[in-house]
Design a protein around this ligand. Sequence first.
Ligand SMILES: Nc1ncnc2c1ncn2[C@@H]1O[C@H](COP(=O)(O)OP(=O)(O)OP(=O)(O)O)[C@@H](O)[C@H]1O
Ligand SMILES: [Mg+2]
Length: 465
Amino acid sequence: MKYATRLLFMILFFSVISFSIMILWVNKAIEHDSFLTIEKQMMEKADLCELSIREILARHDKETMETDPSAVAKDVLSVLKASGSEVRIYDAKLNLLGLAENGIIRYDGTSSIYNENLESALKGNYAYTVTDQHLIYFAIPIQDKYYQTAYVFEIVEDISYFYDILDTIRTIFIIGAGGFLFLITLSGLYIARRTTKPIKYLLRATEKFSRQQFDPVELNRKDELGMLAAGLNQMGMKLKEYIQYQKQFVSNVSHELKTPLAAIRGFSQYLQEGKTEEQDLKKISFHLINESDRLTKLINELLILSQFDSATQDLNAGREDLSELTDCVIQEMKANAEKRGISIEADLTTGVLAIVNTTLMSHAIANILENAIKYSHAGGHIRVETYVDCDIAVLKISDQGIGIKESELALVQERFYRAGNSNFASGSGLGLSLCKEIVQKFGGQLLIESKLGDGTSVSILLPLV
Ligand SMILES: Nc1ncnc2c1ncn2[C@@H]1O[C@H](COP(=O)(O)OP(=O)(O)OP(=O)(O)O)[C@@H](O)[C@H]1O
Ligand SMILES: [Mg+2]
Protein backbone atom coordinates (compact mmCIF):
# COMPACT_ATOMS: atom_id res chain seq x y z
CA MET A 1 0.00 0.00 0.00
CA LYS A 2 1.30 3.46 -0.90
CA TYR A 3 2.39 5.78 1.92
CA ALA A 4 -0.19 8.42 0.95
CA THR A 5 -3.03 5.85 1.01
CA ARG A 6 -1.85 4.48 4.35
CA LEU A 7 -1.66 8.02 5.77
CA LEU A 8 -5.19 8.75 4.53
CA PHE A 9 -6.52 5.52 6.04
CA MET A 10 -4.83 6.30 9.32
CA ILE A 11 -6.37 9.80 9.44
CA LEU A 12 -9.82 8.37 8.60
CA PHE A 13 -9.51 5.50 11.05
CA PHE A 14 -8.59 7.75 13.97
CA SER A 15 -11.23 10.32 12.99
CA VAL A 16 -13.98 7.68 12.87
CA ILE A 17 -12.88 6.24 16.23
CA SER A 18 -12.68 9.70 17.87
CA PHE A 19 -15.98 10.81 16.40
CA SER A 20 -17.78 7.62 17.42
CA ILE A 21 -16.47 7.94 20.99
CA MET A 22 -17.57 11.58 21.03
CA ILE A 23 -21.07 10.77 19.68
CA LEU A 24 -21.54 7.97 22.21
CA TRP A 25 -20.42 10.18 25.05
CA VAL A 26 -22.56 13.17 24.02
CA ASN A 27 -25.54 10.85 23.50
CA LYS A 28 -25.13 9.36 26.98
CA ALA A 29 -24.65 12.81 28.52
CA ILE A 30 -27.81 14.22 26.84
CA GLU A 31 -29.84 11.14 27.78
CA HIS A 32 -28.69 11.32 31.39
CA ASP A 33 -29.28 15.08 31.67
CA SER A 34 -32.71 14.90 30.05
CA PHE A 35 -33.74 12.09 32.37
CA LEU A 36 -32.73 14.18 35.34
CA THR A 37 -34.95 16.99 34.01
CA ILE A 38 -37.89 14.63 33.49
CA GLU A 39 -37.39 13.19 36.98
CA LYS A 40 -37.35 16.72 38.45
CA GLN A 41 -40.52 17.69 36.58
CA MET A 42 -42.28 14.55 37.78
CA MET A 43 -41.21 15.21 41.37
CA GLU A 44 -42.60 18.73 41.21
CA LYS A 45 -45.84 17.40 39.78
CA ALA A 46 -45.88 14.69 42.48
CA ASP A 47 -45.48 17.33 45.21
CA LEU A 48 -48.43 19.30 43.85
CA CYS A 49 -50.61 16.18 43.56
CA GLU A 50 -49.65 15.11 47.09
CA LEU A 51 -50.63 18.53 48.40
CA SER A 52 -54.03 18.41 46.66
CA ILE A 53 -54.72 14.87 47.91
CA ARG A 54 -53.78 15.83 51.48
CA GLU A 55 -56.28 18.69 51.30
CA ILE A 56 -59.00 16.27 50.14
CA LEU A 57 -58.06 13.84 52.94
CA ALA A 58 -58.22 16.63 55.51
CA ARG A 59 -61.65 17.63 54.26
CA HIS A 60 -62.89 14.03 54.52
CA ASP A 61 -61.45 13.65 58.01
CA LYS A 62 -63.33 16.73 59.11
CA GLU A 63 -66.63 15.65 57.57
CA THR A 64 -66.74 11.96 58.60
CA MET A 65 -65.50 9.94 61.55
CA GLU A 66 -64.24 7.13 59.34
CA THR A 67 -62.79 7.94 55.95
CA ASP A 68 -64.23 6.03 52.97
CA PRO A 69 -61.38 5.21 50.50
CA SER A 70 -63.76 5.05 47.49
CA ALA A 71 -65.11 8.51 48.27
CA VAL A 72 -61.59 9.83 48.66
CA ALA A 73 -60.59 8.21 45.35
CA LYS A 74 -63.55 9.73 43.60
CA ASP A 75 -62.69 13.23 44.86
CA VAL A 76 -59.01 12.80 44.06
CA LEU A 77 -59.75 11.63 40.53
CA SER A 78 -62.19 14.43 39.86
CA VAL A 79 -59.59 17.02 40.96
CA LEU A 80 -56.46 15.40 39.49
CA LYS A 81 -57.85 13.51 36.45
CA ALA A 82 -55.86 15.68 34.03
CA SER A 83 -52.50 15.48 35.88
CA GLY A 84 -51.23 12.87 33.44
CA SER A 85 -52.35 10.95 30.40
CA GLU A 86 -53.51 8.41 32.97
CA VAL A 87 -53.78 8.71 36.77
CA ARG A 88 -54.51 5.88 39.20
CA ILE A 89 -55.22 5.69 42.88
CA TYR A 90 -54.65 2.63 45.06
CA ASP A 91 -55.44 1.93 48.72
CA ALA A 92 -52.88 0.67 51.24
CA LYS A 93 -53.45 -2.92 50.08
CA LEU A 94 -52.72 -1.87 46.48
CA ASN A 95 -56.30 -2.38 45.32
CA LEU A 96 -57.11 -0.06 42.45
CA LEU A 97 -59.72 2.41 43.67
CA GLY A 98 -60.10 4.15 40.33
CA LEU A 99 -58.35 5.67 37.37
CA ALA A 100 -58.70 8.47 34.85
CA GLU A 101 -57.60 7.96 31.28
CA ASN A 102 -57.25 11.10 29.18
CA GLY A 103 -59.49 12.85 31.74
CA ILE A 104 -62.20 10.13 31.75
CA ILE A 105 -62.75 8.52 35.15
CA ARG A 106 -63.20 4.75 35.34
CA TYR A 107 -63.36 2.29 38.19
CA ASP A 108 -62.84 -0.95 36.30
CA GLY A 109 -59.16 -0.82 35.27
CA THR A 110 -56.58 -3.59 35.65
CA SER A 111 -55.30 -3.46 39.17
CA SER A 112 -51.60 -2.93 39.68
CA ILE A 113 -49.31 -2.76 36.62
CA TYR A 114 -45.84 -2.11 38.06
CA ASN A 115 -46.08 -3.70 41.47
CA GLU A 116 -42.49 -2.93 42.39
CA ASN A 117 -43.15 0.80 42.03
CA LEU A 118 -46.28 0.58 44.13
CA GLU A 119 -44.61 -1.47 46.85
CA SER A 120 -41.77 0.98 47.01
CA ALA A 121 -44.27 3.82 47.26
CA LEU A 122 -46.03 1.98 50.12
CA LYS A 123 -42.74 2.23 51.99
CA GLY A 124 -42.90 5.99 51.56
CA ASN A 125 -40.67 6.49 48.49
CA TYR A 126 -41.25 7.94 45.06
CA ALA A 127 -40.69 5.24 42.40
CA TYR A 128 -40.97 5.15 38.64
CA THR A 129 -40.56 2.85 35.65
CA VAL A 130 -40.20 3.74 31.96
CA THR A 131 -41.78 1.22 29.57
CA ASP A 132 -40.63 0.26 26.08
CA GLN A 133 -43.59 2.30 24.76
CA HIS A 134 -41.91 5.36 26.35
CA LEU A 135 -44.51 5.67 29.15
CA ILE A 136 -43.37 6.66 32.61
CA TYR A 137 -45.25 5.15 35.59
CA PHE A 138 -44.61 7.40 38.56
CA ALA A 139 -45.88 6.21 41.98
CA ILE A 140 -46.45 8.77 44.80
CA PRO A 141 -47.05 7.68 48.42
CA ILE A 142 -49.90 9.54 50.21
CA GLN A 143 -49.86 9.56 53.98
CA ASP A 144 -52.87 9.94 56.27
CA LYS A 145 -53.04 11.99 59.45
CA TYR A 146 -51.19 9.22 61.35
CA TYR A 147 -48.35 9.48 58.88
CA GLN A 148 -49.11 6.02 57.51
CA THR A 149 -49.11 5.42 53.74
CA ALA A 150 -52.83 5.09 53.13
CA TYR A 151 -52.95 5.57 49.34
CA VAL A 152 -50.63 5.38 46.35
CA PHE A 153 -51.28 7.85 43.57
CA GLU A 154 -49.81 6.88 40.19
CA ILE A 155 -49.27 9.20 37.26
CA VAL A 156 -48.66 7.76 33.79
CA GLU A 157 -47.02 10.16 31.31
CA ASP A 158 -46.11 9.70 27.70
CA ILE A 159 -42.50 10.82 27.29
CA SER A 160 -42.01 9.83 23.62
CA TYR A 161 -41.39 13.54 22.87
CA PHE A 162 -38.17 13.16 24.84
CA TYR A 163 -37.09 10.13 22.76
CA ASP A 164 -38.04 12.04 19.61
CA ILE A 165 -35.69 14.87 20.65
CA LEU A 166 -32.96 12.32 21.35
CA ASP A 167 -33.49 10.74 17.91
CA THR A 168 -33.34 14.17 16.24
CA ILE A 169 -30.08 14.95 18.05
CA ARG A 170 -28.66 11.56 17.00
CA THR A 171 -29.67 12.14 13.37
CA ILE A 172 -28.06 15.60 13.43
CA PHE A 173 -24.92 14.04 14.88
CA ILE A 174 -24.80 11.27 12.28
CA ILE A 175 -25.30 13.73 9.40
CA GLY A 176 -22.63 15.97 11.02
CA ALA A 177 -20.32 12.97 11.31
CA GLY A 178 -20.83 12.18 7.63
CA GLY A 179 -20.01 15.78 6.68
CA PHE A 180 -17.08 15.78 9.06
CA LEU A 181 -15.72 12.55 7.57
CA PHE A 182 -16.10 13.96 4.09
CA LEU A 183 -14.12 17.06 5.08
CA ILE A 184 -11.55 14.90 6.89
CA THR A 185 -11.16 12.76 3.73
CA LEU A 186 -10.57 15.87 1.63
CA SER A 187 -8.07 17.33 4.10
CA GLY A 188 -6.47 13.88 4.52
CA LEU A 189 -5.98 13.65 0.74
CA TYR A 190 -4.47 17.12 0.73
CA ILE A 191 -2.15 16.35 3.68
CA ALA A 192 -1.13 12.98 2.20
CA ARG A 193 -0.31 14.60 -1.17
CA ARG A 194 1.66 17.42 0.45
CA THR A 195 3.57 15.03 2.70
CA THR A 196 4.44 12.52 0.02
CA LYS A 197 5.47 15.04 -2.63
CA PRO A 198 8.89 15.77 -1.07
CA ILE A 199 9.31 12.09 -0.19
CA LYS A 200 8.75 11.17 -3.85
CA TYR A 201 11.27 13.81 -4.83
CA LEU A 202 13.84 12.34 -2.43
CA LEU A 203 13.06 8.86 -3.71
CA ARG A 204 13.75 9.97 -7.28
CA ALA A 205 17.02 11.53 -6.12
CA THR A 206 18.17 8.24 -4.54
CA GLU A 207 17.21 6.37 -7.72
CA LYS A 208 19.37 8.78 -9.68
CA PHE A 209 22.20 8.25 -7.19
CA SER A 210 22.02 4.53 -7.85
CA ARG A 211 22.50 5.33 -11.56
CA GLN A 212 25.47 7.53 -10.57
CA GLN A 213 23.67 10.76 -11.50
CA PHE A 214 24.49 13.09 -8.67
CA ASP A 215 22.21 16.08 -9.35
CA PRO A 216 21.87 18.49 -6.40
CA VAL A 217 19.00 17.65 -4.01
CA GLU A 218 17.23 20.80 -2.80
CA LEU A 219 13.95 20.95 -0.88
CA ASN A 220 13.99 24.51 0.45
CA ARG A 221 12.42 23.68 3.80
CA LYS A 222 13.76 23.79 7.34
CA ASP A 223 12.06 20.69 8.82
CA GLU A 224 13.27 17.07 9.08
CA LEU A 225 12.63 16.49 5.36
CA GLY A 226 14.76 19.52 4.53
CA MET A 227 17.48 18.08 6.74
CA LEU A 228 17.13 14.72 5.03
CA ALA A 229 17.48 16.40 1.63
CA ALA A 230 20.59 18.26 2.81
CA GLY A 231 21.99 14.96 4.14
CA LEU A 232 21.26 13.22 0.84
CA ASN A 233 22.83 16.06 -1.08
CA GLN A 234 25.97 15.82 1.02
CA MET A 235 26.01 12.05 0.62
CA GLY A 236 25.65 12.43 -3.15
CA MET A 237 28.54 14.88 -3.33
CA LYS A 238 30.76 12.65 -1.19
CA LEU A 239 29.81 9.62 -3.27
CA LYS A 240 30.59 11.51 -6.47
CA GLU A 241 33.96 12.58 -5.09
CA TYR A 242 34.66 9.07 -3.90
CA ILE A 243 33.80 7.49 -7.26
CA GLN A 244 35.95 10.04 -9.08
CA TYR A 245 38.72 9.45 -6.61
CA GLN A 246 38.49 5.68 -7.07
CA LYS A 247 38.64 6.07 -10.86
CA GLN A 248 41.63 8.37 -10.55
CA PHE A 249 43.25 5.97 -8.10
CA VAL A 250 42.89 2.99 -10.43
CA SER A 251 44.27 4.96 -13.38
CA ASN A 252 47.23 6.16 -11.25
CA VAL A 253 47.95 2.65 -10.02
CA SER A 254 47.92 1.20 -13.53
CA HIS A 255 50.15 4.00 -14.73
CA GLU A 256 52.63 3.45 -11.86
CA LEU A 257 52.67 -0.30 -12.47
CA LYS A 258 53.21 0.10 -16.20
CA THR A 259 56.56 1.99 -15.96
CA PRO A 260 58.57 -0.59 -13.96
CA LEU A 261 56.92 -3.48 -15.85
CA ALA A 262 57.87 -1.93 -19.20
CA ALA A 263 61.46 -1.46 -17.94
CA ILE A 264 61.64 -5.08 -16.68
CA ARG A 265 60.27 -6.33 -20.02
CA GLY A 266 62.71 -4.21 -22.03
CA PHE A 267 65.75 -5.38 -20.07
CA SER A 268 64.61 -9.02 -20.19
CA GLN A 269 64.18 -8.84 -23.96
CA TYR A 270 67.64 -7.33 -24.27
CA LEU A 271 69.01 -10.25 -22.23
CA GLN A 272 67.14 -12.73 -24.44
CA GLU A 273 68.72 -11.35 -27.57
CA GLY A 274 72.06 -12.43 -25.99
CA LYS A 275 74.26 -9.67 -27.38
CA THR A 276 75.15 -8.40 -23.90
CA GLU A 277 78.69 -7.67 -22.81
CA GLU A 278 79.85 -8.48 -19.25
CA GLN A 279 79.69 -4.77 -18.38
CA ASP A 280 76.10 -4.35 -19.64
CA LEU A 281 74.97 -7.47 -17.81
CA LYS A 282 75.84 -5.91 -14.46
CA LYS A 283 73.99 -2.72 -15.37
CA ILE A 284 70.92 -4.63 -16.59
CA SER A 285 70.72 -6.83 -13.51
CA PHE A 286 71.07 -3.68 -11.35
CA HIS A 287 68.12 -2.07 -13.18
CA LEU A 288 66.09 -5.27 -13.03
CA ILE A 289 66.58 -5.52 -9.25
CA ASN A 290 65.84 -1.80 -8.89
CA GLU A 291 62.60 -1.94 -10.87
CA SER A 292 61.49 -5.15 -9.13
CA ASP A 293 62.11 -3.49 -5.74
CA ARG A 294 60.10 -0.50 -6.88
CA LEU A 295 57.28 -2.77 -7.96
CA THR A 296 57.36 -4.71 -4.68
CA LYS A 297 57.34 -1.48 -2.65
CA LEU A 298 54.46 -0.11 -4.69
CA ILE A 299 52.41 -3.30 -4.37
CA ASN A 300 53.10 -3.48 -0.60
CA GLU A 301 51.96 0.11 -0.15
CA LEU A 302 48.86 -0.48 -2.26
CA LEU A 303 48.04 -3.48 -0.09
CA ILE A 304 48.30 -1.41 3.09
CA LEU A 305 46.15 1.32 1.55
CA SER A 306 43.48 -1.13 0.44
CA GLN A 307 43.39 -2.56 3.98
CA PHE A 308 42.92 0.96 5.33
CA ASP A 309 40.10 1.59 2.88
CA SER A 310 38.17 -1.42 4.17
CA ALA A 311 36.83 -0.29 7.54
CA THR A 312 37.08 -3.70 9.22
CA GLN A 313 40.86 -3.72 9.45
CA ASP A 314 42.21 -4.77 12.88
CA LEU A 315 45.10 -2.46 13.87
CA ASN A 316 46.68 -4.80 16.40
CA ALA A 317 48.28 -1.84 18.21
CA GLY A 318 50.34 -1.91 21.40
CA ARG A 319 52.36 0.42 23.64
CA GLU A 320 55.70 0.97 21.86
CA ASP A 321 58.76 3.14 22.34
CA LEU A 322 59.08 5.32 19.23
CA SER A 323 62.83 5.73 19.87
CA GLU A 324 63.41 1.98 19.63
CA LEU A 325 61.38 1.69 16.43
CA THR A 326 63.23 4.67 14.91
CA ASP A 327 66.63 3.26 15.87
CA CYS A 328 65.84 -0.05 14.10
CA VAL A 329 64.77 1.81 10.93
CA ILE A 330 67.95 3.97 10.99
CA GLN A 331 70.14 0.87 11.29
CA GLU A 332 68.39 -0.67 8.26
CA MET A 333 68.76 2.42 6.09
CA LYS A 334 72.13 3.70 7.23
CA ALA A 335 74.00 1.80 4.50
CA ASN A 336 71.77 3.35 1.83
CA ALA A 337 72.51 6.87 3.10
CA GLU A 338 76.21 6.20 3.40
CA LYS A 339 76.36 5.08 -0.23
CA ARG A 340 75.52 8.69 -1.14
CA GLY A 341 77.76 10.12 1.56
CA ILE A 342 74.79 11.27 3.64
CA SER A 343 75.24 11.20 7.41
CA ILE A 344 72.39 10.45 9.85
CA GLU A 345 72.53 12.00 13.30
CA ALA A 346 70.18 10.36 15.83
CA ASP A 347 69.08 12.15 19.00
CA LEU A 348 66.65 9.65 20.51
CA THR A 349 65.09 10.03 23.97
CA THR A 350 63.92 6.75 25.45
CA GLY A 351 60.39 6.50 26.89
CA VAL A 352 58.61 8.28 24.02
CA LEU A 353 55.69 5.86 24.18
CA ALA A 354 52.66 5.65 21.91
CA ILE A 355 50.01 3.06 21.02
CA VAL A 356 51.00 1.85 17.54
CA ASN A 357 51.40 -1.20 15.35
CA THR A 358 55.16 -1.77 14.99
CA THR A 359 55.07 -2.93 11.36
CA LEU A 360 52.93 -0.05 10.15
CA MET A 361 54.77 2.60 12.18
CA SER A 362 58.20 1.27 11.07
CA HIS A 363 56.91 1.51 7.49
CA ALA A 364 55.89 5.13 8.02
CA ILE A 365 59.23 6.07 9.64
CA ALA A 366 61.14 4.28 6.85
CA ASN A 367 59.19 6.22 4.19
CA ILE A 368 60.02 9.57 5.74
CA LEU A 369 63.68 8.65 6.23
CA GLU A 370 63.82 7.29 2.68
CA ASN A 371 62.49 10.63 1.39
CA ALA A 372 65.03 12.52 3.46
CA ILE A 373 67.84 10.42 1.91
CA LYS A 374 66.31 10.49 -1.59
CA TYR A 375 65.79 14.25 -1.72
CA SER A 376 69.10 15.20 -0.03
CA HIS A 377 72.17 16.24 -1.98
CA ALA A 378 75.14 13.87 -1.90
CA GLY A 379 77.14 14.41 1.30
CA GLY A 380 74.12 15.92 3.05
CA HIS A 381 73.14 15.62 6.70
CA ILE A 382 69.97 14.21 8.26
CA ARG A 383 68.90 14.67 11.86
CA VAL A 384 66.46 12.27 13.53
CA GLU A 385 65.00 13.19 16.96
CA THR A 386 62.41 11.73 19.31
CA TYR A 387 61.12 13.72 22.30
CA VAL A 388 58.06 14.54 24.35
CA ASP A 389 56.30 17.89 23.90
CA CYS A 390 53.27 18.62 26.12
CA ASP A 391 51.87 15.06 26.28
CA ILE A 392 52.71 14.47 22.63
CA ALA A 393 55.23 11.92 21.43
CA VAL A 394 57.25 13.54 18.63
CA LEU A 395 59.46 11.94 16.01
CA LYS A 396 61.12 14.50 13.74
CA ILE A 397 63.28 13.80 10.65
CA SER A 398 65.00 16.86 9.17
CA ASP A 399 67.15 17.07 6.04
CA GLN A 400 69.00 19.81 4.22
CA GLY A 401 67.84 18.61 0.81
CA ILE A 402 66.00 20.20 -2.07
CA GLY A 403 62.91 21.22 -0.05
CA ILE A 404 59.25 21.56 -1.12
CA LYS A 405 57.39 24.63 -2.36
CA GLU A 406 55.02 26.03 0.29
CA SER A 407 52.02 25.72 -2.04
CA GLU A 408 52.72 21.99 -2.41
CA LEU A 409 53.11 21.15 1.29
CA ALA A 410 49.51 19.95 1.66
CA LEU A 411 49.40 18.29 -1.77
CA VAL A 412 52.40 16.00 -1.19
CA GLN A 413 50.30 14.20 1.42
CA GLU A 414 47.75 13.17 -1.24
CA ARG A 415 47.97 9.76 -2.90
CA PHE A 416 50.19 9.75 -6.03
CA TYR A 417 51.08 13.44 -5.79
CA ARG A 418 54.70 14.20 -6.61
CA ALA A 419 55.99 17.75 -6.21
CA GLY A 420 57.68 19.82 -8.89
CA ASN A 421 61.08 18.83 -7.50
CA SER A 422 60.36 15.10 -7.85
CA ASN A 423 62.51 14.63 -10.97
CA PHE A 424 65.37 14.70 -8.51
CA ALA A 425 64.60 11.07 -7.59
CA SER A 426 62.24 8.32 -8.67
CA GLY A 427 59.08 7.37 -6.80
CA SER A 428 55.36 6.87 -7.16
CA GLY A 429 54.04 9.56 -4.80
CA LEU A 430 52.40 7.12 -2.38
CA GLY A 431 54.88 7.21 0.53
CA LEU A 432 53.77 10.35 2.40
CA SER A 433 50.04 9.72 1.90
CA LEU A 434 50.51 6.29 3.41
CA CYS A 435 52.47 7.82 6.34
CA LYS A 436 49.68 10.30 6.95
CA GLU A 437 47.02 7.56 6.97
CA ILE A 438 49.08 5.30 9.26
CA VAL A 439 49.70 8.13 11.75
CA GLN A 440 46.03 9.16 11.68
CA LYS A 441 44.98 5.56 12.37
CA PHE A 442 46.78 5.85 15.73
CA GLY A 443 45.22 9.20 16.59
CA GLY A 444 48.17 11.31 15.50
CA GLN A 445 49.09 13.71 12.71
CA LEU A 446 51.83 14.40 10.23
CA LEU A 447 53.47 17.83 10.20
CA ILE A 448 55.60 18.88 7.21
CA GLU A 449 57.72 22.03 7.28
CA SER A 450 59.91 22.88 4.35
CA LYS A 451 61.63 25.63 2.46
CA LEU A 452 62.48 25.16 -1.19
CA GLY A 453 66.25 24.73 -1.53
CA ASP A 454 66.87 24.69 2.23
CA GLY A 455 65.52 21.37 3.41
CA THR A 456 62.52 19.63 4.88
CA SER A 457 61.49 18.37 8.29
CA VAL A 458 58.67 15.88 8.70
CA SER A 459 57.27 15.20 12.20
CA ILE A 460 55.06 12.40 13.41
CA LEU A 461 52.96 13.62 16.37
CA LEU A 462 51.21 10.93 18.46
CA PRO A 463 49.35 10.97 21.79
CA LEU A 464 51.82 10.06 24.56
CA VAL A 465 50.92 7.10 26.78
N1 LIG B 1 62.26 15.19 2.27
C1 LIG B 1 61.78 15.69 1.16
N2 LIG B 1 62.40 16.69 0.51
C2 LIG B 1 61.90 17.19 -0.62
N3 LIG B 1 60.77 16.80 -1.23
C3 LIG B 1 60.10 15.81 -0.62
C4 LIG B 1 60.56 15.19 0.60
N4 LIG B 1 59.67 14.26 0.95
C5 LIG B 1 58.71 14.26 0.01
N5 LIG B 1 58.95 15.18 -0.95
C6 LIG B 1 58.11 15.52 -2.12
O1 LIG B 1 56.84 15.01 -1.86
C7 LIG B 1 56.44 14.10 -2.89
C8 LIG B 1 55.60 12.99 -2.28
O2 LIG B 1 56.42 12.17 -1.47
P1 LIG B 1 56.10 10.66 -1.36
O3 LIG B 1 57.02 10.04 -0.40
O4 LIG B 1 54.66 10.56 -1.12
O5 LIG B 1 56.34 10.11 -2.82
P2 LIG B 1 57.67 9.68 -3.54
O6 LIG B 1 58.79 9.76 -2.61
O7 LIG B 1 57.74 10.51 -4.75
O8 LIG B 1 57.35 8.20 -3.94
P3 LIG B 1 57.32 6.92 -3.01
O9 LIG B 1 57.60 7.37 -1.64
O10 LIG B 1 55.96 6.39 -3.17
O11 LIG B 1 58.35 6.01 -3.57
C9 LIG B 1 57.71 13.62 -3.49
O12 LIG B 1 57.51 13.24 -4.83
C10 LIG B 1 58.59 14.86 -3.38
O13 LIG B 1 58.30 15.70 -4.46
MG1 LIG C 1 58.71 8.74 -0.73
